[in-house]
Design a protein around this ligand. Structure first.
Ligand code: SF4
Ligand code: SF4
Length: 426
């Protein structure tokens, strides 16, 4: 029997006992939709985690694969009558497996990239320069498609172009606003920085319009979420500590993110992975979590008034709830902001609250299943007859674009902030 003292599953031992195997968590589980097998659903993962903790199961590839089939979307947690936090259990089980078996080559490589800002910047530079060799522009869109298949990137896949000028290089660390107005620290995130700088530009335009001081600490790193998929929690902890120190460098009223995933990391994941092991660090992370807000939540709270022009608006817009906003209860604010904007008619899609299928590196590691999950989402968007789909997560934007383009759809994929900013003078 193994030594359980440092077993991450000990953290959730009491939670594991709460599962009564009722199966209510099957409903809306995207992993179950894709794989149609018990180990994919929360109940199966809880049972598997119990065996890993008891050390009475062989930790082979099958065990590893079963635990990798989860998008950490939190839908099962919302459905569970006994409040079993399956997402926390999966995170702990993945960490336990990584400790016992090591990381896969893929996940070890992901860890090496996300924990080095320099490596990320170099990679982005190379991608923006060499991109045209490997990718062709998809006609009439800003997306790219591979010229030939590469490992982990099928040639049917559409991905966003990498900018040759990352968002964080475009602004000084402090953009001073009007006296007495809120001071906001902006946690930018890698997708906004390298692939969707227009989302960052929209955030700057909106918060400057409200007179806010916006601070972009230049030493901020990846939030670490991509490390979760393979159980590389050591990297997530390292990034949590570095980002905490960066966010604390300035006195601010809010720490704001326009990326649901990054905001979710600051808000919930960091305190979770640090646990109770270091009470001083945990207290600082709890304080950071309390200050963390989503951009749409803050704009709503600060009373952003819709502009009057309505110009450049797509017309009919539908909204997709990113999992990391939905699980924080942030579903009303983006809708109300969109509804109050002239030139926008908000139409609801079927299953707006369902996961788009991205799930961090799930989308790379299980690409086919990720797109199977996305199928219902793409169809639901198209069925609304909307001209555009808005959302609050650059990761979801990438996934929605890929799905829609594979359907030959011309529906525009935008961040909510991009639509709101069209009505704001710069
Ligand atoms: S995780 Fe919750 S919903 Fe799923 S089987 Fe266990 S008790 Fe039921
Ligand atoms: S977190 Fe989402 S994908 Fe994972 S088991 Fe729960 S419902 Fe399924």
């Amino acid at each position: 029997m193994s030594d359980h003292t440092n077993d991450p599953l000990k953290r959730v031992e009491d939670q594991l006992k709460k599962c009564v195997k009722c199966g209510a968590c099957r409903q809306n589980c995207p992993a179950f939709t894709a794989f149609q097998r018990e180990p994919a659903v929360a109940r199966g993962k809880v049972a598997l985690a119990q065996h890993i903790l008891k050390d009475d199961i062989t930790l082979d590839d099958q065990t590893y694969q079963a635990m990798s089939k989860c998008l950490l979307c939190g839908s099962c947690v919302e459905k569970c009558p006994n409040d079993v936090p399956t997402d926390e259990i999966v995170i702990a089980a993945r960490e336990a497996l990584a400790q016992k078996r090591g990381l896969t080559t893929f996940h070890a490589a992901v860890g090496q990239v996300i924990k080095s800002r320099t490596r990320m910047k170099m990679g982005a530079k190379m991608a923006s320069v060499l991109g045209p060799l490997f990718f062709k522009k998809v006609p009439e869109t800003s997306g790219l498609r591979l010229r030939f298949p590469l490992p982990f990137v099928g040639n049917e896949r559409h991905i966003p172009a990498v900018t040759n000028k990352p968002f964080m290089d475009r602004y000084p660390e402090v953009s001073t606003g009007a006296p007495g107005k809120p001071r906001i620290v902006f946690f930018v995130g890698c997708m906004t920085n390298f692939c969707y700088p227009d989302v960052g530009e929209a955030a700057m335009a909106l918060f400057k319009h409200l007179g806010c001081t916006v601070i972009i600490p230049k030493g901020q790193q990846c939030c670490g979420l991509p490390g979760m998929s393979g159980g590389d929690i050591a990297t997530v902890r390292e990034l949590a500590v570095k980002n905490l120190a960066e966010m604390e460098r300035y006195e601010a009223d809010y720490v704001m993110s326009a990326c649901a995933t990054c905001g979710g990391a600051l808000h919930r994941l960091y305190p979770l992975v640090i646990g109770k092991r270091n009470s001083e660090l945990r207290a600082r992370l709890d304080a950071l979590a309390k200050k963390t807000v989503d951009a749409s939540q803050l704009l709503h709270q600060l009373g952003l008034k819709p502009g009057e022009t309505g110009s450049g608006m797509p017309g009919r817009v539908t909204y997709h709830d990113p999992c990391h906003l939905r699980t924080r209860g942030l579903t009303r604010q983006p809708r109300e902001l969109l509804k109050s904007t002239p030139g926008i008619e908000l139409v609801e899609m079927e299953g707006a609250d369902r996961c788009c299928g991205l799930g961090g590196t799930f989308n790379v590691y299980h690409y086919g299943s990720s797109m199977n999950i996305n199928e219902a989402k793409s169809r639901a968007i198209i069925e609304t007859g909307a001209d555009a789909v808005a959302t609050g997560c650059p990761g979801c934007m990438m996934q929605l674009s890929d799905g829609l383009k594979q359907h030959g759809s011309a529906v525009e994929v935008v961040h909510t902030l991009q639509l709101l900013a069209r009505n704001v003078a710069r």
